[in-house]
Design a protein around this ligand. Structure first.
Ligand code: KG4
Ligand code: ZN
Length: 344
């Protein structure tokens, strides 16, 4: 480890990049004192997906209460806090702006240092919360509603992106297929559940490869293949088995994610692998990665589901490592919806 640890550092952290209004207090980068998540899922379910304008308005209404709850649950006051960390990208611009404006206001009013955090970095750092022994270097697969990245974590805050999706993110594919088979939003957990009743080998959906890019992913062809299958079965008057479609689709996704991940592990000679992001809570992906890692003699790390989907604790962990490196933002910090990993 190249970063010198500092002790008894309390980070108050805010995450509003999508549809969860979240705040947390994290001590010394690894200990979560509070983790408050006010989910807007019920509201966005009515529209079949996240409506950005509605997300922003709800963040504004909830953010102060959520921060207050985070401090109360940690039994701390603002004067006990050492720094404010906030997600400033990537994400929905209006949603990000609420968190960034709030963090800047607290920083301005209290004089506390402000730390801008990359959302994906937060997802990767979620693994540090429950795995106190985990230190870089390791390989990580970040699979969420907006991102699919295979990342070589070289050190704290130092990343090499080996592969990414060329079109839909893995979680996006789950959400779109779930809608097509009538399961509704958010699709990932619903597909995960019904797939348990289905046969993963019932339908042979494609496993896409991206030419000349061994580690890249493509899920839009798979989504089209599912839609074509549903149409042709309907035209032929055959009944569709939702559990079989869900299980076969899920297997097609998890096979590709696992294969690319293991190729990356082998070529880099890594001994540790960390799953991250909302889709990392998928039971089939966890099982497939666990089996592949066991065979390859690689240690697999996964956060608990509450730290896989969006939360502020993971941002506090990443924020701590940026803070102790001296990466402090000034009040010109702005929301950057398309922020790239490794950029500041
Ligand atoms: O990380 P996250 O909360 O938000 C983003 O940063 O995008 O991920 C949300 C995504 C959604 O697409 C959701 O359907 C998916 O994670 N997801 C799952 C599961 N739980 C959440 N996908 C598959 N299986 C699950 N159990
Ligand atoms: Zn996320």
């Amino acid at each position: 480890m190249t970063t010198k640890k500092k002790n008894n550092i309390h980070i108050l952290t805010i995450e509003t990049s999508c549809d969860e209004t979240a705040a947390a207090v994290v001590r010394d980068g690894r200990e979560v004192l509070s983790n408050i998540i006010s989910s807007q899922i019920d509201i966005h379910t009515l529209y079949g997906g996240v409506v950005p304008e509605i997300a922003s308005r709800n963040h504004i209404e909830r953010i102060n209460t959520v921060i207050e709850q985070a401090l109360n649950e940690a039994a701390l006051k603002l004067c006990d806090i050492d720094a404010i960390a906030v997600t400033y990208g990537p994400g929905l611009v209006g949603a990000l702006l609420v968190g960034v404006a709030e963090a800047k206001a607290i920083s301005f009013a209290t004089g506390l240092p402000l730390v801008g955090v990359h959302h994906i970095e937060g997802h990767i750092c979620a693994n540090f919360i429950e795995h106190k022994d985990l230190e870089p270097p390791f390989m990580s697969l970040v699979v969420s509603g907006g991102h699919t990245h295979l990342v070589n974590v070289l050190d704290y805050g130092k990343y090499e992106i080996l592969g990414r999706t060329r079109d839909d993110a893995a979680g996006e594919a789950f959400d779109k297929v779930a809608r097509a088979i009538g399961l509704g939003y958010p699709g990932g957990p619903k597909i995960d559940k019904v797939a348990k009743e289905g046969d993963p080998d019932a339908i042979d959906f494609p496993r896409a490869k991206v030419r000349n890019e061994e580690y890249d992913f493509s899920f839009s062809g798979l989504k089209s293949a599912v839609l074509n299958y549903l149409n042709s079965e309907k035209m032929a008057g055959r009944e569709i088995s939702v559990p079989d479609v869900a299980a076969s689709f899920q297997k097609a996704v998890t096979d590709v994610l696992t294969e690319h991940s293991m190729n990356a592990v082998k070529s880099c000679g890594c001994s540790k692998f960390a799953l991250a992001g909302g889709v990392a809570s998928n039971s089939a992906l966890r099982a497939s990665m666990a089996a592949a890692c066991k065979e390859a003699g690689v240690e697999l790390y996964c956060p608990s589901p509450i730290f896989c989907t969006d939360n502020a604790a993971m941002i506090g962990v990443a924020g701590y490592y940026e803070y102790i490196k001296g990466n402090i933002s000034d009040l010109s910090l702005n929301a950057v919806p398309g922020l790239k990993l490794g950029e500041r």
